[in-house]
Design a protein around this ligand. Structure first.
Ligand code: ADP
Ligand code: MG
Length: 360
C-alpha cells in the first residue's frame, strides 16, 4: 500500500509536468499490481521524446542469498504527436515498419518505437554487447535493467564520466568493436551514437537509446553509420587518443574479415602504424573530408553510374565506396563471419530454432 502511495505521489507530480497521462499511470499501476514493480522513484532523465524513471522490484522471498530488490529503469515515451514527427527518416525504408505504423495515431506510433527499442536492446545483449537487459514493454513504457551503483545513482553518460586518457585508449577500440558487432551480428546501425547515448558502467561502455537504430540494409544505413563514427572519432580525438580516422573506422566496421583475421588485432595494427611523415596527417584529414562528403550507395542498385565514377577518379583509382560495395553485394561477398538473421523476429522465438542451431 505504501508503494502505491509513493507511486501516486510521483505520478501526480509527473502528471502535473505533463508527462504521465492517465493511461500511462494505469500501465504503471498494473505493473505494480502484477508484482513486476514495487516502487517508481524519481526521474533520472527528462528528454524530448521520453523520460526515464528509476524503479525497484518487490523484495524477493527472503532466502539467505537473494538480493532484496532489483533496480530498474523505466523509459516512458511521450505520446504527443509533435515529438515523433522528425523521426520519419528512420522509418522510411525500414522493413520492420511495413505494418502497423500509423502516422496519425500517436499512441500507436510511440508503441512501435518502444517495442523497437526493446527488440534492438535484445539483439545487442544476445550478441554479447553491453546494454541494459530489456524486461518488457507495455505500450509506451519500456522496463529495463537500471545501470548504476548498488544504490540509486545512475552510471554517468560517457559525456559526463571524464574518463582518463588511459581509459580512453582502451575505450576507443572497445567502442569500435561494439559498432562492428552491432553491424555484423545484430545487423543494426545505432544511428544516434554519441557520448550522450553511451553509459560508462563498471569500467565499460554500455549502449543505450536504440529505438531509432536501423537495419544494416536501410537505404541510409551508411550515412547514419558515418555520422555515428564521426562522433566516435571526434570524441576520442579530442582526448588525444590515437584514432584511425573516419574512413578507416568505417572500413573497420563494415568490412568482412577472413576467418584468420582478428578484428581486435587488425584495429591495433592500424593504430600502431607509424604516423605518415610530413603531409601524411593532412592527407588523412583530407581523405576523411572527401569521405565525409561522398555519397555512399547502400547497394549496387543504388549506384548511379559506377563506370563514370571510376573514370572521374582517373586510372587505377577505385571509387571511394568500392570496398563497401563489395561487402554489400551479397552474391559476391564471402560470408566469413557468423551472422544471425532477424527477419523472423516478429515470430515467437521457437520458429527461429533452425537459425539458432546454425549458430551453434
Ligand atoms: P532519450 O531518448 O531521452 O535520449 P535515453 O535512452 O538516451 O533517452 O535515456 C536518457 C537518459 O536516461 C540517459 O542519458 C541515461 O542518463 C538515463 N538512462 C537511460 N537508460 C538507463 C538505464 N538503463 N540505466 C540508467 N540510466 C539510464
Ligand atoms: Mg539519449
Amino acid at each position: 500500500p505504501s508503494a502505491t502511495a509513493n507511486l501516486k505521489d510521483k505520478a501526480d507530480r509527473a502528471t502535473n509536468e505533463q508527462v504521465l497521462d492517465p493511461r500511462t499511470r494505469l500501465i504503471l499501476f498494473k505493473m505494480i499490481g502484477r508484482g513486476l514493480l514495487h516502487t517508481v522513484n524519481g526521474c533520472i532523465s527528462t528528454g524530448k521524446e521520453a523520460n526515464v524513471y528509476h524503479a525497484i522490484t518487490p523484495p524477493e522471498p527472503t532466502t539467505a542469498s537473494t538480493v532484496p530488490n532489483r533496480h530498474l529503469a523505466l523509459k516512458i515515451y511521450k505520446t504527443s504527436i509533435l515529438v515523433f514527427k522528425d523521426r520519419d527518416k528512420y522509418v522510411s525504408g525500414e522493413h520492420r515498419f511495413r505494418r502497423g505504423y500509423s502516422r496519425h495515431n500517436p499512441r500507436k506510433m510511440v508503441r512501435v518505437w518502444a517495442e523497437k527499442e526493446m527488440r534492438n536492446l535484445k539483439r545487442l545483449t544476445t550478441a554479447g554487447i553491453r546494454a541494459p537487459e530489456a524486461l518488457e514493454v507495455r505500450e509506451n513504457v519500456l522496463v529495463m535493467d537500471f545501470l548504476g551503483d548498488g544504490d540509486c545513482w545512475a552510471s554517468p553518460r560517457l559525456k559526463d564520466a571524464n574518463p582518463t586518457k588511459e581509459e580512453c585508449d582502451n575505450l576507443y577500440p572497445e567502442l569500435l568493436l561494439i559498432v562492428r558487432t552491432m553491424f555484423h551480428q545484430c545487423k543494426l546501425v545505432h544511428a544516434d551514437l554519441s557520448e550522450y547515448n553511451i553509459l560508462l558502467h563498471e569500467g565499460h561502455l554500455w549502449i543505450i537509446d536504440v529505438s531509432q537504430s536501423v537495419e544494416h540494409d536501410h537505404p541510409a544505413a551508411f550515412d547514419f553509420l558515418r555520422n555515428d563514427l564521426r562522433n566516435v572519432e571526434e570524441f576520442f580525438g579530442r582526448r588525444d587518443v590515437r584514432c584511425v580516422g573516419l574512413r578507416r573506422a568505417f572500413e573497420f566496421v563494415t568490412r568482412d574479415m577472413a576467418a584468420n583475421e582478428d578484428p581486435t588485432e587488425v584495429l591495433q595494427a592500424w593504430r600502431d602504424e607509424p604516423a605518415p611523415a610530413d603531409e601524411g596527417h593532412d592527407s588523412t584529414i583530407h581523405e576523411d573530408e572527401v569521405f565525409r562528403k561522398s555519397y555512399i550507395p547502400r547497394t549496387l542498385n543504388d549506384l548511379y553510374d559506377p563506370e563514370r565514377d571510376a573514370e572521374a577518379l582517373g586510372d587505377g583509382k577505385k571509387p571511394i565506396y568500392a570496398n563497401t560495395i563489395a561487402l554489400v553485394n551479397k552474391d559476391s561477398a564471402p560470408q566469413t563471419e557468423k551472422s544471425v538473421r532477424f527477419d523472423g523476429e516478429d515470430l515467437p522465438a521457437s520458429s527461429n530454432s533452425e537459425q539458432e542451431e546454425e549458430e551453434e
